[in-house]
Design a protein around this ligand. Structure first.
Ligand code: AMP
Length: 444
């Protein structure tokens, strides 16, 4: 029963997204895991939450708006995709594709430096992402380890492209998350105006060095000493770097942006080209930018709000009137007077959100489309059965803070097919169904 006390059923919704755990905290604010409650396909997303007033009062609104619009149109395999933006009175929510492989640098923290070939593969993906965004007029200006994420297949995804203006201070200077400018180009540090193209290339060079060395090229406990080292590009290579890799890194970490190697030159470099795979992707043409417009204009029309929802509570009388037994076997297999039941229920000590997710997980492989609304769900079969499409409605009720009752009802289709569906479906739900000891005895 320990899981029962872990969470109450209430959930926080923003628009159609249900907010979950905090994934991290970046230079702009929190990043939260969320689920798209309306999606029948991939529903996991990450939402970056930014203080709206800070953005609207800055003089960079137009730049931010332009860059977010461009980023929403970019669908590159190595660039974290912006799905949607929303705003409440006080916050801006940037909905991003969710990636589950963690940060690239966690890998280095765990395993130490990478083999040259592995580092090259990540570097190639990084350069592809940077090159593509530059070609669309978007610069990163703040490339650093926290922005290099991996998806579940180990593919590199660069985050925060086009968002750098959010982290500019009033004075227009970039401020780095923890105040250590280890990845920042010398011309950015002395802030005499710089070109986003060449300064991004510098940061990619520092990243490549760290991937292969397992430590930073420029590191000093004292900030002034660190700046001096960066200005002069004062670093040395560890003995295991190949001479071709050293040559390339030396050309990237050139303190003079005018003579620094460019991306087209990197793409032609022999060390870089080894085992290079061209990224393949399709540019989406019809990207709707209304959401971006709505966030950055002053109208209150499209504002969302964070709202808390709890599943419907049930009192004892309603509970008794509905409960014919809580055992899964009773509910799923029993035939009443020769008829297969078309309605059933079970109890669970899991939090309501988890129950909803488990039902969804169990229904999808069976070919059901899932439509969710609050704590109700409609499962719609996609194959036509004997009596039309099988359809099932479910609802989660809160019986007590740590006890939920789940009701499933056939709302369409053939009852025998419904029964068959139950058999497979119920085995997918076994681990969330609570069976009291008395019920266990009853059914054994
Ligand atoms: P950021 O503000 O981009 O630096 O994000 C802070 C942290 O949140 C990152 O370092 C990641 O660990 C996590 N994070 C950000 N975006 C995502 C995402 N789309 N998917 C998964 N985790 C993310």
């Amino acid at each position: 029963m320990s899981r029962a006390s872990a969470a109450m059923g209430s959930r926080t919704l923003v628009g159609k997204y249900e907010l979950g755990r905090t994934l991290g905290e970046g230079s702009f604010g929190k990043v939260k895991f969320a689920r798209n409650t309306k999606s029948t396909g991939e529903c996991a997303v990450a939402i970056k939450i930014i203080d709206r007033q800070r953005v609207l009062s800055s003089h960079m609104v137009e730049q931010i708006k332009r860059e977010i619009s461009t980023m929403k149109m970019i669908k590159h395999p190595n660039v974290l995709n912006i799905l949607e933006v929303m705003a409440s009175k006080t916050k801006i929510y940037i909905v991003l594709e969710y990636v589950g492989g963690g940060e690239l640098f966690d890998k280095i923290a765990r395993q130490g430096k990478l083999k040259e070939g592995v580092a090259r593969r990540y570097f190639q993906q990084l350069i592809n992402a940077v090159d593509y965004c530059h070609s669309r007029g978007v610069y990163h200006r703040d490339l650093k380890p926290e922005n290099l994420l991996l998806d579940s297949h180990g593919v590199l995804k660069v985050s925060d492209f086009g968002l750098s203006a959010f982290s500019k201070q009033e004075d227009g200077l970039l401020h780095t998350a923890c105040g250590t400018p280890n990845y920042v180009a010398p011309e950015v540090l002395n802030d005499k105006g710089y070109d986003g193209t060449t300064s991004d290339v510098w940061s990619c060079g520092v990243i490549l060095f760290v991937l292969m060395a397992g430590y930073l090229p420029f590191e000093e406990p004292n900030l002034m000493a660190l700046y001096r080292k960066i200005y002069k590009a004062d670093f040395s290579f560890p003995p295991w770097f190949s001479s071709n890799a050293k040559r390339l890194i030396k050309r990237i970490l050139d303190p003079n942006p005018l003579t620094r190697i460019t991306i087209p030159e990197i793409l032609e470099n022999d060390w870089f080209k080894k085992d290079y795979k061209q990224p393949c992707f399709r540019q989406e043409e019809d990207v709707n930018l209304d959401d971006v417009d709505a966030v950055f204009n002053d109208s209150e029309d499209h504002l969302v709000s964070e709202r808390k929802e709890k599943p419907v509570s049930m009192n004892a009388f309603e509970l008794i009137s509905r409960s014919q037994g809580f055992s899964l076997e009773n509910l799923f297999d029993k035939q009443m007077q020769g008829l297969v039941k078309r309605e059933t229920r079970f109890t669970s000590t899991c939090p309501a959100n988890e129950i909803m997710s488990k039902i969804e997980e169990a229904a999808k492989p069976l070919g059901f489309n899932v439509h969710k609304r609050n704590y109700k769900m409609k499962l719609q079969g996609d194959k036509s059965g004997r009596k039309g499409q099988l359809a099932v409605a479910t609802e989660v009720f809160e019986v007590a803070p740590s006890l939920h009752m789940v009701e499933l009802r056939k709302t369409g289709g053939d009852t025998l097919e419904f029964h068959k569906f139950y058999k497979t479906f119920s085995s997918g739900l076994k681990d969330i169904v609570w069976t009291s000891d008395s019920n266990k005895e009853e059914t054994s």
